[in-house]
Design a protein around this ligand. Structure first.
Ligand SMILES: Cc1cc2nc3c(=O)[nH]c(=O)nc-3n(C[C@H](O)[C@H](O)[C@H](O)COP(=O)(O)O)c2cc1C
Length: 411
């Protein structure tokens, strides 16, 4: 049974959390409720205790039979709860809790749980319209979204404070539907091993200079995080980037196209899905000088030679892996992507236009076109790389299901 922790914070809308508990239970989910101190000014824990069938967690240091605060802490097992849950929801979420989550403040059970849990997090903010529109609150929301936190935006209408505008806690059904969507994806890739390449490669001219490209690695790293969140075992082969390794993924650092090829071929047999999001150099200097080239030398040319095409090499040795390629194009995006899909015999191609600065390389956003072998095309309009990663993995899951349902059955 899926387990959800529902955080309730100090808003007028806190009474609606009782309906959310019911809605989640109707989905077959076990719910644990955590209330902040201020939430208890609005509704009594007893309501949630009766509905959820579990003791409501209201305090980090609640009086218990334990003799020391440490024993009490272990009794509550907030670390155990953090590990056990499939989703943390905070509904309603105050402006206060958005700020604390963004800045990693852990001064009560709920905010500590947020930091301690590897589970995805869904927030349903509710507040006065002026508070919601305040730049501080909007900056917190954006930072949390960039970190992969899911949101159900507040609705517009008449607010408890007497004002009109956006700020009302979203409908119970909308919150439950968002939770259902996240939980549905949660274990969708359990048991799958996913190999992802990310970032640029660097092709050395001499010990201090190299040829590279503008890829930041953000798309591949976000795909790795999203695949981990869906239960996959992820290996990330990464060119040089400044990004922190995604938690729970194994990262193999490489520098050149040749090293990336070797690492991919090495890891491929273990993995069922390969996502090639790296921007691998197509050319490299024919010779890497062992010493720094002096600037007073008459050095005007670097002779280039093609690198080995990783996808082509993969296709030579692959067995039944599902292979996803990326096509970064600056013109005729659709046409070039289709050509690459067919030429390289890929299962899916993710094409993006990298001619602008609004999306693609080194941007937090991306707009892509997904094309599969059956000719099915999805246009994913400009959105955060996190949301694009969700669309790509949803599509991969559908391809996997289709492939497995059409595979011959053995009796
Ligand atoms: C009557 C009343 C209603 C409130 N409603 C909200 C609200 O809807 N949203 C919000 O962010 N804060 C609201 N607040 C302010 C919060 O309760 C306050 O910021 C508190 O510190 C939140 O603590 P918590 O996030 O730990 O629950 C309200 C306060 C009062 C007295």
């Amino acid at each position: 049974m899926m387990k959800v922790a529902l955080g309730v914070t100090g808003c007028i809308g806190a009474y609606k959390s009782a309906e959310i508990v019911r809605g989640l239970q109707r989905e077959g989910v076990e719910v644990w409720v955590i209330m902040t101190r201020h939430a208890q000014e609005f509704i009594a824990p007893l309501t949630f205790e009766a509905l959820s069938g579990h003791k409501v967690i209201t305090d980090m240091f609640a009086p218990t039979k334990a003799e020391t605060p440490l024993q009490a802490h272990l009794e509550i097992e907030h670390i155990a709860l953090a590990q056990a849950i499939d989703l943390l929801i905070v509904a309603p979420a105050t402006a206060n809790v958005l700020g604390k989550f963004h800045h990693g403040i852990a001064d009560d059970f709920l905010t500590t749980l947020y930091l301690a849990t590897p589970a995805p997090c869904l927030l349903a903010p509710a507040m006065n319209v002026e508070m919601w529109n305040h730049p501080a609150v909007q900056a917190n929301v954006q930072a949390l979204k960039d970190r992969g936190v899911h949101f159900v935006e507040p609705g517009a209408g008449y607010l408890a404070c007497g004002m009109e505008g956006q700020g009302r806690l979203a409908d119970v059904e909308t919150v439950v539907a968002a939770a259902r969507r996240i939980l549905g994806r949660r274990r969708a890739l359990a048991g799958e091993r996913v190999l992802i390449t990310a970032g640029p490669t660097c092709e050395d001219i001499d010990p201090t200079r190299f040829i590279s490209n503008r890829s930041s690695g953000k798309m591949g790293y976000t795909l790795a995080e999203e695949a981990v969140a869906r239960g996959a075992q992820v290996t990330l082969i990464s060119g040089p980037t400044s990004l922190a390794p995604p938690p729970l993924a194994q990262r193999i650092a490489v520098r050149s196209a040749e090293q990336m090829l070797r690492a991919v071929l090495d890891q491929l047999p273990e993995n069922s899905i390969l996502i090639k999001a790296a921007a691998v150099a197509d050319f490299r200097p024919a010779q890497t000088r062992p010493q720094k080239i002096k600037k007073d030398l008459p050095f005007t040319e670097i002779r280039l030679e093609p690198t080995l095409d990783i996808l082509r090499e993969v296709m030579r040795v692959k067995r039944d892996q599902l292979v996803v390629g990326f096509a970064a194009e600056t013109e005729a995006v659709m046409e070039n992507a289709r050509k690459k899909l067919l030429e390289k015999d890929l299962d899916l191609i993710v094409a993006n236009d990298v001619s602008g600065t609004q999306s693609g390389f080194d941007s937090d956003n991306n707009a892509v076109i997904l094309i599969d072998r059956a000719g099915e095309v999805d246009q994913v309009s400009r959105r955060s790389k996190r949301e694009v990663a969700v669309c790509i993995l949803d599509r991969i899951e559908r391809l996997l299901q289709r492939r497995r349902s059409s595979a011959p059955q053995t009796v």
